[in-house]
Design a protein around this ligand. Structure first.
Ligand SMILES: C[S@@+](CC[C@H](N)C(=O)[O-])C[C@H]1O[C@@H](n2cnc3c(N)ncnc32)[C@H](O)[C@@H]1O
Length: 286
């Protein structure tokens, strides 16, 4: 597979850090399950032959798609060499010869031919693509899709709501930092990513546009709790230096809120929910 080296990591986190690799592996399992499988909502699934996953991370989504569709070829791209190496190692260990992963910077023109794919997938790119980059990124997705090919984009509508003031404060701080650093389209309402994506599908006259929303309940004693507990902890750990640098909070106060949040998450009365939405549409033929 063609590779690009010296790519820029435009992600809010350091994606060469093993902490982030571990977090994404964990999160992938949780989210794919909550969304009803990797291809939920995709039309004509058995006809898919060439699938592209952009910002694929450790490759969980692409590997699940490769397992579900042995006749399709799945290409995943990420800027992080450790993520790509891990994803390729998992493809080998699972004997998924139809999945391969390479390094590519998705903020620039993709080194991929026009109309090469019948499904282009992108999940959780809010913290990867700064607001001025989204239009050219979406144009690139459109270019590499064949007519009647499907674009499938998944983002969290907001970062969640919980019964804990401390957890809510952490979520709010994350949103504020992302917005200040140039990600998202409005400070309120989950950074307003979903309406922006929908408007692209409409402007380009995509057909059969569908939205599929899942509510992930991660309250105490639910299946999702343990993964979300670790997810929130690892996000907080990685956000701390960013929040402190932006002067949104000082180190001491952050540590107090972080600790309160982790205690609250362990309470048997803790309740939390996050909404994740997938938008799918078919590229028009003309
Ligand atoms: C939130 S993760 C999403 C991973 C995956 N899509 C998933 O849902 O599990 C964002 C990924 O984007 C990658 N990334 C960051 N900047 C990038 C860039 N400029 N081009 C390609 N990938 C990038 C990161 O390395 C990270 O793996």
């Amino acid at each position: 597979m063609e590779q690009e080296e010296n790519v820029t990591n435009t992600y809010i986190f350091d994606s060469n850090n093993p902490t982030e690799l571990a977090r994404l592996i964990n999160q992938d399992r949780l989210i794919t399950q909550a969304m009803g499988g990797p291809l939920n909502g995709v039309m004509n699934v058995s006809e898919l032959r060439n699938i592209l996953d952009l910002g694929c991370g450790p490759g969980g989504w692409a590997l699940d798609a490769a397992f579900a569709l042995p006749e399709a070829e799945i290409d995943g791209f990420d800027s992080s060499r450790p993520m790509v190496n891990y994803a390729n190692a998992r493809a080998q260990s699972q004997k998924l010869e139809n999945a391969s992963f390479g390094v590519m910077d998705i903020t620039h023109r993709f080194f991929l031919p026009d109309t090469a794919f019948d499904l282009v997938n992108g999940r959780f790119l809010i913290g990867v693509l700064q607001r001025e980059v989204w239009p050219s990124f979406l144009e690139e997705c459109h270019r590499v899709l064949q007519p009647r090919g499907q674009l499938r984009l998944t983002e969290a509508a907001e970062f969640g709501q919980t019964t804990s003031e401390a957890v809510n404060q952490l979520l709010e701080l994350n949103r504020e930092a992302l917005y200040q650093l140039g990600y998202g389209f409005a400070y309120l309402h989950g950074l307003n990513i979903l309406p922006m994506l929908l408007s692209f599908f409409n402007q380009k006259k995509y057909q059969h546009i569908k939205t599929h929303a899942a509510a992930l309940d991660y309250s105490a004693a639910t299946d999702g709790w343990s993964d979300m507990y670790h997810n929130i902890d690892l996000i907080a750990y990685q956000m701390k230096p960013i929040l402190v640098k932006l002067k949104l909070i000082n180190e001491e106060l952050f540590d107090t809120i972080h600790q309160q949040a982790m205690i609250a998450l362990q309470s048997p009365s803790f309740c939390g929910i996050v909404h994740i939405t997938t938008i799918i549409g078919e590229k028009p033929t003309a």
